[in-house]
Ligand binder design. Sequence first.
Ligand code: FO1
Length: 329
Amino acid sequence: MRITALAGGVGGARFLRGLLTYLKQRHGAAPGSFAVTVIGNTADDITLHGLRVCPDLDTIMYTLGGGVHEGQGWGRADETFGVATELAAYGAQPDWFTLGDRDIATHLVRTQMLNLGYTLSQVTAALCDRWQPGVTLLPMSDDPVETHVVIDDETAEGGQKAIHFQEWWVRLHAKVPARRILAVGAEQAKPAPGVLDAIRDADVVLLPPSNPVVSIGTILGVPGVRDALRGTRAPVIGISPIVGGAPVRGMADACLTALGLETSAEAVAGLYADFLKGWLVDDSDAHLAGQSIAGAPIEVVARPLIMRDLAATADIAEGALDLARHLGE
Ligand code: FO1
């Protein structure tokens, strides 16, 4: 069974770990009877201290490779901050995004390979060769795409300025209203090698509970991706990141508000309505089950969606694959 997933950071990575657990332990699938390809968001990427940092690709790679800082969901376990401390002593900016010593090795290898002319796809494959995540991890594009956020700034021309997503997310904690969210470079970006085929040739396409705007949304913004999702014969099944009107984690509400959308499982499904076939919502949103959403023929199933532990997450993955099977019948 060929499964393709579009994923962002922490929520997506945690879901994928449950999916692999389900496939390995519950599905009784012998290795080789399933293959998972993950299309990772690269619009969170940022260049800091001369190093190219790819937070969502690294979160997936570390989480599935067993090296992630479990409590944070990003960065490395058993991390030290010797370099960050020295950078602070020099007053090196920015000081609001902390790179751990172990994590810096990843960025050094990536930056060195990029400078030698390797593509982000080639770099990601090389890094995953060490981590063995158990999936094929593809960047959404080898071209640079960066999410920038327009915020009010009375000292700036026209009273607004654009800052990098990470500054809005990490330094400002998304507490400053985003007037616009831009994926800079998206129009010129091409899907990375294998991305469109992974969608077209899949038996199932999954949208884990990642941020619908700055993670799934930016992947959808790469020209060709949305058309491939509309055209694939595979059932496209999503898992709502919004439970009972609130994001389970992260700040998807701030992003949805920036788009003028309510924070609800229904509003997120509406963003995917032109290709989504199935939508898992939490029991607290069971009122959505059995009815069409955003005027689209989307099968809605209610079930517990809180990924409280690996077994619960495996259950959610089972639910998504059961719905895919039901729709594929
Ligand atoms: N998030 C923070 O809130 N503070 C940090 O200092 C920080 C550093 C960091 C370093 C590497 C990395 O891969 C991720 C890091 N993140 C940090 C999380 C990052 O902002 C998020 O993982 C995603 O970009 C949002 O999905």
